[in-house]
Design a protein around this ligand. Sequence first.
Ligand code: GLU
Length: 315
Amino acid sequence: MAEPSTSADAPAPAGRYAPSPSGDLHLGNLRTAAIAWAAARTTGRRFLMRVEDVDTQRSSLESAERQLEDLAALGLDWDGEVAYQHDRFGAYGSALESLRAAGRVYECYCSRREIREASRAPHVVPGHYPGTCRSISDAARITRRAELAAEGRTPALRLRTDTETWRVHDALAGDYTGEVDDMVLRRGGQQPDWAYNLAVVVDDAWQGVDQVVRGDDLLASAPRQAYLAHLLGLPEVEYVHVPLVLGPDGKRLAKRDGAVTLREMRAAGRTVPEIVGLICASLGHPGVDSLAGLAEVFDLGELPREPWTWTPDES
Ligand code: GLU
């Protein structure tokens, strides 16, 4: 892969790991973090850490601290200070204002139930917002807004999209076209949190991230994010969506699979080099048991294209 170009005064482009602090990192998260780190470190990029605590209900600082400790214990290092999304709300507000100025933002008063019911209509793509509040009259808006306010709720803010699909390029999946709908930019209800899609796009651009390595459960979100970046005039990023780690039942690795977090695995007697060794072996590098060692042999183009099934008790 070509080295990213740098100039004397611009910082080198960056890769990043961006965990949501809502629980301890498990082997799948750690593996993705290791890949993101190696992909950045072997291509002259900076490697940045961003705590995605935009969901204020589910996130905790304690969880963020535990995750950062675990990543450091694995041997992963990052450049500069950790960024926290809770410090970035002003930037999300500015991005929202620029979309609003372009006529791209509307209030949505729908409850989840209303969306579910309206989505059953034959012309609606499953899982998409059916557009109920996109074109309601001003009078109806005033009524709905007042109804919500009486319940102490704020309307959500949605993006007025003008496309149904968007194409991105992924280093592993190739060209990928995915659906785009009138996504939420800021949640409504009693807790008007910023939406993940907006936060991620604004922060990647702000941090100079040009390589996004993450689990392939987020591949379907990439077209929405790339479209949003396009509307905001932000640069495109290179996507690398890494296949997930599956448990013995073939489903995404989870608590039910036993000792799966770094802390649980260490408590069960495994050492850090053993755990890093498992990750490296899963990437086709048996015998490598440190991240420094991984950086010596890492090749993005050679990453496995299939999920890794891990059976805790047997390996
Ligand atoms: N915070 C997201 C997660 O932990 C990852 C977002 C991203 O890497 O873009 O699932």
